[in-house]
Design a protein around this ligand. Structure first.
Ligand code: ZN
Ligand code: ZN
Length: 697
């Protein structure tokens, strides 16, 4: 056993090349995990390590020494070795049932080839285990009391849609799930993005075993580069997710040595937790939910998901696995609440395909411009397919669109037949009816390609009445106005504009009520925690769970900073952990705080007045000036009288100070500030920021 333990340790150190792993552990090498030698921790699909562990531990204790070791053995020492061992054993039997590769469903071939003998072997093994468990069970077992708790730290993504950041802790090991950013509100002028506060994870850096990312949307991966600057921890995700993160790390000049591709269906052993990736449908390919198998029990963390029976690309969500987990027993379910207010089912991506096809037909002879999210790779694929079908060339517009599509086609998530894609600079060589432009800006973002086209500010694309524009996205709450403005501007130019409320040119990537209920029905969690949504979404989702029969006391609605301790026999809210928002502006991370924001708002609302003046060093009398400079306050040319008076006010104030021998700098400045502010307010009812600059000669 000790040997086994050592061997595992080597694996954990990620130095062991693939070949050295024993057959027992690695009989199931995942095809997608080609980098496995580096990773080491990724094992083939397996099942229920937590429980298996319990049984195994007991079994061993029996064989070996006396009884009393039972409880401590589990908690303390050879924890890690033991945990992996049963998994390896079981894996042999079960591994090939669910197999490797994307989605696990490509497993069907090996599954069929399973012989009856193997099936028998599985049965025998299960029976033996059950017997062992039963034998033990007759003793002083109090199974529930034995299980340690698992803690969930909600460090982002609650009461907001954005910057998802959750941390799980069990027996001292910590795992981070997702590390996203959110976009700034209107009251954050000049801020580029908002990332989670990393204070808590920095404090616990020694205990963090890894970061697992569910999918490649900004609200799940956006803050990874900022986290990587603070912590040196491995990051796991599916191929596309990791590809997108890699692109981000490059922009930040960070190494991607810590990134590990782990396909859906695989398991990652992170300390005492075994994190299983389960394929789901979403508006980006290669999204996964997580089953975190811990000594405390199994937690299902859905990430963003929907149930799509006919997805644009790839397999349908692995509902089967969720059902299996439900049978095995799920301690808690944390589920996506984005669409919890919407009844019914989210439409399949296929409806968009049909709409696009008919719109392409209708747009004959016109130039088609489709705006969508850069991350909606499958949507872009549909557009490209339509373009091919109707004999059009495709040009991409917008930096993020070009970037993401580059990564996606490199990784094989996007298939563009040769000769279809053309450079945006060459579109004038083609007739309008031969073109499709795919662009960013579906949210009316001020600097995006579509917005610039609408406001005649785009270098290569000038909108004209012969344009047929499709906005294949729904405005994210809060963006309705800006999207409306862009649509208005486009319509003014007499082109055709199609947006979501007119045709099915967009479907959501998130589950609606019936799908959310189905997830609960399949996983049958003991505790339910709605996440990923604003308060109204979380409440509504909690309501759904109650309607499904989960008692109210088993449902928890948290806020950012909440810490929840989950144990078989109850949940308990602990004291909050430090959490919040850090603002990113250009290269500055966190240096824009509330004071800077207050100044910016002040400047934005009322402008600034700068009073520059030179005084004599010995007497304090005004030597030169004062000069008044203003920005964003009044139009100076029409307010010369006011500026003259303002100059006088500053002059008089300084002379007054000289007379009363006020020579303290801050007092001088404060006096000028007060007098000038008072004067300006009296004259204009405005309060610009007043900045006195006084020099001495
Ligand atoms: Zn998402
Ligand atoms: Zn999300």
């Amino acid at each position: 056993m000790a040997e086994n333990g050592k061997e595992k340790k080597n694996t954990r150190a990620r130095r062991t090349p693939l070949g050295e792993k024993s057959g027992r552990q690695q009989d199931q090498v995942l095809s997608g995990a080609a980098e496995a030698p580096k990773i080491g921790k990724i094992a083939g699909p397996k099942k229920k390590p937590a429980q298996g562990d319990g049984q195994r531990t007991r079994g061993k204790a029996e064989q070996k020494k006396a009884e009393p070791k039972k409880t401590p053995a589990k908690k303390a020492e050879p924890k890690k070795a033991q945990e992996k061992a049963p998994a390896a054993g079981k894996k042999k039997a079960e591994g090939s049932r669910r197999a490797s590769g994307k989605g696990g469903r490509k497993a069907s071939a090996p599954a069929i080839s399973q012989t009856a003998a193997q099936v028998q072997a599985i049965k025998a093994q299960q029976e033996a285990q059950e017997k062992r468990a039963a034998r033990k069970g007759r003793g002083s077992r109090s199974k529930k009391a034995q299980k340690p708790p698992i803690k969930v730290y909600f460090l982002g993504g609650l009461n907001e849609i954005g910057k998802n950041f959750t941390l799980y802790e069990c027996q001292g090991d910590m795992v981070i799930v997702d590390c996203g950013l959110s976009f700034p509100d209107e009251d954050m002028p000049g801020v580029d993005s908002v990332i989670p506060d990393f204070a808590f994870v920095e404090k616990n850096r020694e205990r963090i075993r890894g970061v697992v990312i569910t999918h490649g949307h900004e609200d799940h991966i956006g803050a990874v580069p900022y986290l990587m600057k603070k912590l040196n921890v491995p990051v796991y995700g599916t191929a596309l997710t990791i590809g997108l993160i890699e692109g981000k790390l490059k922009e930040h000049n960070l190494s991607s040595a810590n990134l590990h591709v782990t396909p859906a269906g695989s398991h990652i052993q992170l300390g005492c937790m075994d994190v299983e990736l389960i394929h789901v449908n979403h508006s980006i390919a290669d999204a996964v939910a997580l089953a975190i198998h811990s000594p405390a029990g199994t937690i299902v963390h859905t990430g963003d998901f929907k149930i799509d029976m006919t997805p644009a690309e790839g397999a349908m969500i692995d509902l089967c696995r969720f059902a299996e987990l439900g049978k095995e027993g799920v301690l808690a379910l944390l589920a996506d609440s984005t669409n919890a207010e919407r009844p019914g089912y989210t439409q399949t991506e296929q409806t968009v395909n049909n709409s696009l096809d008919s719109l392409f037909m209708r747009a004959e002879g016109k130039r088609i411009i489709v705006a969508t999210f850069a991350s909606s790779i499958s949507r872009v694929q549909m557009i490209i397919n339509c373009a091919v079908k109707y004999g059009r060339k495709v040009a991409l517009s917008g930096r993020s669109m070009v970037n993401v599509m580059g990564i996606a086609s490199e990784l094989g998530y996007l298939h563009i037949p040769d000769g279809v894609l053309i450079d945006l600079n060459l579109i004038n060589r083609y007739e309008p009816g031969q073109l499709v432009l795919i662009t960013t800006g579906s949210q009316g973002e001020p600097m995006s390609a579509l917005t610039r086209m609408a406001f005649s500010d785009h270098r290569q694309v000038a909108i004209n009445p012969n344009d047929f524009i499709i906005i294949s996205a729904r405005p994210i709450p809060g963006n309705e106005k800006t999207v409306g403005a862009v649509v208005d501007e486009l319509l003014k130019q007499d082109c055709t504009v199609i947006y979501e409320s007119m045709y099915d040119v967009h479907v959501s990537g998130h589950a609606c009520q019936e799908e959310l209920k189905m997830m609960q029905a399949l996983t049958k969690p003991k505790y339910f925690i709605p996440v990923h949504g604003e308060q109204k979404h979380l409440r509504k989702h909690a309501g759904l769970a109650m309607a499904m029969g989960i008692p109210e006391e088993n449902i928890f609605i948290g806020h950012i900073g909440s810490v929840l301790e989950i144990q078989e026999d109850g949940i308990k809210q602990l004291a909050d952990a430090p959490a919040g928002s850090v603002l990113v502006d250009g290269l500055g991370v966190g240096d824009v705080g509330s004071i800077v924001l207050r100044d910016r708002k002040h400047l934005a609302e009322d402008g600034i007045i700068v009073a520059v003046c030179t005084i004599e060093g010995d007497t304090g009398h005004v030597a030169a000036g004062p000069d008044i400079v203003s920005r964003g306050f009044v139009y100076v040319r029409e307010s010369e009288a006011l500026m003259d008076e303002a100059r006088k006010v500053v002059y008089n104030t300084l002379e007054d100070c000289a007379k009363h021998r006020v020579r303290d700098w801050s007092a001088l400045k404060q006096n000028v500030k007060d007098e000038l502010s008072r004067f300006l307010y009296r004259k204009t009812q405005r309060s610009p920021m007043v900045l006195p600059i006084i020099m001495e000669v």
